[in-house]
Structure formats: C-alpha cells, structure tokens
Design a protein around this ligand. Structure first.
Ligand code: NAD
Ligand code: MG
Length: 381
C-alpha cells in the first residue's frame, strides 16, 4: 500500500523537494496539492502526480487553473476554504505543512483535527501557536514529525535516550551569509546579498531570516514546543559547515548528533518513511572532502533577532505571534528595499515593546495579536 500524501505549499522550495522525494520512490502517492498563485507549476505537478484535489489561495488564479484543467479529473478549490479542504482531504494520511508564514497555521490545525500525521516544515505554526497546536495534536493522537533539518536531527538523536534522560538540545546554525561581519559592514547590504546563503538554497523569506539569525530564533521556539524542553536547556552554536544538523546531550554527558549532506530531501524523506529508513539517490557525505568542523558562539550584538526571539519565548503568551508577524511584514519591506538590513531588529523590538501580552491566549487572541502587529508595522510606511 502506498502512503497517501498531501502537500500544502507544493510550489515552494520544500514542496518541490518533497515532490522530488515522492518522484523517486514507489512508496507514496499524492492526494492533494496547494499553492498561493504559481498555477503554471501547479499545472505541471497535476499532470505528473495526479492529485484528486488542488487548492490555490489566490481566487483569480484558482479560476484560471480550473478553466485549464477542465478536462482533467481533479477538483480545484480556492482561497483559505480550499486550503482547509486540502488539509483534511479524506484519503490523505500525511500532510506536509510547507506553506511559508503564519498563513499555514489554520490548514495545519485543520489537518491535525482530522488526525493526519503532520510532516512539519512551516515553523511559523509553532512559533505563533505552539501550545495550542501541540495540545490539539495530543488530543487527536497525531504525530508531528519535524522536517526542518535541525529538528529532524534532534528528533533522530532523541531516539537514543528517554525524555527524562535529556539534558539539553544543541541547535546548530550556519551563521548565514553575513557571519563574521560587524554592524558597520552590514549598513548597506541589500536583499540580494542576504539571499546568498552559503549552504542551503531556500525560499526568500527563510533566506532573509537566516541572514538576520531570526531563523535560528524561530527554531529555538519551534524546538521548545516540539520536544517539550525549557529555553534554559536549548543552546545555539554556530557551525558554518552545516554538516552536524543538531545534537542532543543526555544526563550522562553523552552527545548524540545527526550528520549528513546539506540536502533537505533527507529530512523530508525521513518524515515520510518514519519509523523506517529507505534507500535514495541523494549524494552521500564524503569525509575526505571535509577539512574541519568548527564551532563558535552566535553574535547576538550584530544579529539581535536571535535575542528578540529568545525574549519573546521567555515572555510567552501572544508575544511570539507578535514577533513572528512583525518579522513577516519587516522581511517583505526589506525585500522591497523599503528598509535597511540593520533596521530589521529595531522595528521588531518596537512592536514587541508596545504589545499587551496575553498569557494563555486562545486562537482568536493569537490571530488578533498577529493582525495588530502587522498593522502596527504597515502604519509606519
Ligand atoms: P517558499 O517561499 O519557497 O514556498 C512557500 C510555499 O507556500 C509556496 O508553495 C507558496 O505558493 C505557498 N504560499 C505562500 N504564501 C501563501 C499564501 N498566502 N497562501 C497559501 N500558500 C502560500 O518557502 P520554503 O522555503 O519552501 O519554506 C516553506 C516553510 O518551510 C517555511 O515556513 C520555512 O521556514 C520552512 N523551512 C524551509 C526550509 C527550506 O530549505 N526551504 C527548511 C526548513 C524549514
Ligand atoms: Mg532549519
């Protein structure tokens, strides 16, 4: 029996790599696909993978795709309603949550409520509503299997001990394209410089987050919820080669790490085949080509976003949703050349400062806080 997979965000960096994993395996079939607006690519994906259901967030584009697919046996839906329908598609067993941004939260929750196993790439889901999402997953006995390379590494490393034997989690960070630079040197960098990640090729938003170290901050928050650890037991270490994808330390001082090539298809495949491992055609690691594995402290003075994320996690409540929303809007402004790189943390910090934090928020509180933070940023431009 083939495992039935739906991909939310199939046209993105993670989505297309997930389809590549599926293309190269006999174990999976695709039941639903979604995208924001790239219907040319969606059309190709429909032809190749023959999903039953496809959702396009953009209403006009959905209509256009519907016309194009007139003669095909595929249901085309539009908007958030369409995304939710794709998330709960009846036959699907595993939902790959790989939309970028907090817009992925509702579809991911919908999939959990319908007892789908979640292969989670969308970190914004846990950053904004980690407590609610984990509670909902427990209630529905749903497994959330991380796709993010660091969290997949931790998930795999944790298999060699028990939860009460865990001492700390050590998240590795590449340091991004600006590692080693100081604030002065970053004054005039552009989004094009920021998009040049040394080790990974990813979507634009996460690439900017990697340059500011916000990505690592979001990953600290994601780790807290996925693995039920306190912030005091999560360390970040910069490891520029990105060979060690993360580590865990047990109470006896033993450290278990997961290593591998910088290829997202490994964690994606593992999330789909878990608890098994399967052969693939990913290029294997050649240690004779690796000169050294090095480690250093993250530079939180030059890259304050990591600190802001840690502070938001310590504050709890709706603060992480506000951090995330402000960051999403600020990254858009930076990509549109409306603000400078060094101003990114300043704006996020300001929004956090003015937020009336709600501890133990409902989903509605979280969505309201998200909206408030976005409007706060947008009003300044
Ligand atoms: P991407 O920009 O390449 O793709 C995003 C996908 O989301 C696309 O399919 C797009 O159509 C869809 N989308 C965007 N806005 C939407 C909207 N408003 N409504 C519906 N769909 C929308 O992003 P990515 O790099 O693939 O990242 C996806 C998620 O995975 C992010 O949360 C990111 O942090 C996480 N992640 C990515 C990587 C990576 O290597 N790319 C690694 C780890 C985690
Ligand atoms: Mg990562």
């Amino acid at each position: 029996m083939k495992k039935k997979i739906s991909i939310l965000g199939s046209t993105g960096s993670i989505g297309t790599q997930a389809l590549d994993v599926i293309r190269n395996s006999k174990d999976f079939e695709v039941t639903a696909l979604t995208a924001n607006s790239n219907i040319d690519l969606l059309e190709k994906q429909i032809m190749e993978f023959k999903p039953k259901l496809v959702a396009v967030a953009d209403n006009k584009k959905a209509l256009e795709l519907k016309k194009r697919m007139n003669l095909y046996d595929v249901e085309i839906l539009a908007g958030m309603e369409g995304l939710l329908a794709a998330a709960r598609e009846e036959e699907c067993e595993i939902v790959i949550s790989s939309i970028v941004g907090m817009v992925g939260l509702k579809p991911t929750l919908e999939a959990i409520k319908h007892k789908k196993t979640i292969a989670l790439a969308n970190k914004e889901t846990l950053v904004t509503a980690g407590k609610l999402v984990i509670e909902e997953a427990k209630k529905n006995k749903v497994n959330i299997i991380p796709l993010d390379s660091e969290h997949s590494a931790i998930f795999q490393s944790l298999l060699s001990g028990k939860q009460n034997e865990l001492n700390r989690i050590i998240l590795t960070a590449s340091g991004g394209p600006f590692r080693g630079k100081n604030k002065d040197q970053l004054n005039n960098v552009t989004f094009r410089d920021a998009l040049k990640h040394p080790n990974w090729s990813m979507g634009r938003k996460i690439s900017i987050d990697s340059a500011t170290l916000m990505n690592k901050g979001l990953e600290v928050i994601e780790a807290k919820w996925l693995f039920d650890v306190d912030i005091e037991n999560i360390d970040v270490v910069v490891h520029p080669q990105s060979i060690i994808h993360s580590m865990v330390e047990f109470v006896d001082g033993s450290i278990i790490a997961q290593l591998g090539p910088t290829d997202m298809r490994i964690p994606i495949q593992y999330a789909l085949t878990y608890p098994q491992r399967k052969q693939n055609n990913v290029k294997k690691l050649d240690f004779s080509q690796i000169k050294a594995l090095t480690f250093e402290q993250p530079d939180m003075d030059t890259f304050p976003c990591l600190k802001l994320a840690i502070n938001a996690l310590k504050a709890g409540g709706t603060m992480t949703a506000v951090l995330n929303a402000a960051n999403e809007e600020i990254v858009k402004l930076f990509l549109n050349e409306k603000i400078k790189f060094n101003d990114i943390p300043m704006y996020i910090q300001r929004v956090m400062q003015y937020h009336n934090n709600i501890i133990n928020p409902t989903l509605e509180d979280i969505l309201q806080s998200d909206k408030w933070a976005r409007e706060y940023i947008i009003a300044q431009f």
